[in-house]
Write a protein that binds this ligand. Structure first.
Ligand SMILES: C[S@@+](CC[C@H](N)C(=O)[O-])C[C@H]1O[C@@H](n2cnc3c(N)ncnc32)[C@H](O)[C@@H]1O
Length: 209
């Protein structure tokens, strides 16, 4: 089975995006910027929508592509807030332009700084927390995420298959080991219902009971 062909198949099933979001996808392709892409975006949007999410916190937001998918769900749920967090001023400014153009200006709150520290400094509870920071930071972020996620809320984490290295016994670099540790922790934690969807680079969805 050809994994790329399957991902291409899934992608063409995602409904057409607004021109601004499509432009953000083109920018990522042209500049090799790692966005979640449309299939994982649709999964994030659907998950947030399923629980009527009105408070979403993103760790590692880039120029706002994943933010846009969450903001759409929150807007459809009647409004609320999506926290955009990145440590790069220029990316935050870019995100502000894109998300205003998409009509989410009144929903998104912007923080420039280290994402886990920013979450620690923000009051919960959140309906959805999405993590896409530097992967070695994944395991240590779980404690504050758990403290800020409401019961019934959902944690979504990107890149949990790490280009397949996660299943390669010979891959023992620090980043792969960190992702493996987080996946194992959540899969074994009886307080969460956890599934990894093999969408693009792997999306973990964990609902807190
Ligand atoms: C993979 S990209 C995010 C893409 C975004 N989630 C999307 O799909 O549109 C991760 C971004 O978060 C930033 N980042 C990584 N670790 C971070 C951290 N601990 N705190 C704040 N920003 C971080 C990176 O510099 C990069 O801009």
């Amino acid at each position: 089975m050809d994994y790329t062909a399957i991902q291409d198949y899934l992608e063409q099933l995602v409904p057409p995006r607004p021109p601004e979001l499509a432009a953000m996808e083109r920018y990522a392709a042209e500049h090799d910027f790692p966005i979640i892409g449309p299939v994982a975006g649709q999964l994030c949007y659907q998950t947030a929508r399923l629980i009527g999410a009105q408070r979403v916190y993103e760790l590692g937001s880039g120029y706002g592509y994943s933010t846009a998918w969450f903001a759409r769900a929150v807007q459809e749920a009647g409004g609320g807030e999506v926290h955009h967090v990145v440590w790069d001023e220029a990316l935050s400014a870019m995100a502000q332009r894109h998300l205003a153009a998409l009509g989410y200006g009144d929903i998104v709150r912007y923080h420039v700084g280290e994402a886990v520290a920013a979450l620690r400094a923000t009051d919960g509870p959140f309906d959805v927390i999405f993590m896409d920071i530097d992967k070695q930071g994944y395991p240590d972020a779980l404690e504050v995420i758990d403290a800020r996620l409401r019961p019934g809320g959902v944690l979504i984490v990107d890149n949990v298959l790490w280009s397949g290295k996660i299943a390669d016994d010979n891959a023992n670099d620090a980043t792969t080991a960190a992702i493996r540790r987080m996946n194992d922790t959540l899969a074994r934690d009886k307080r969460y219902v956890t599934t990894i969807a093999p969408v693009r680079d792997g999306v973990l969805v964990a609902q807190k009971k």
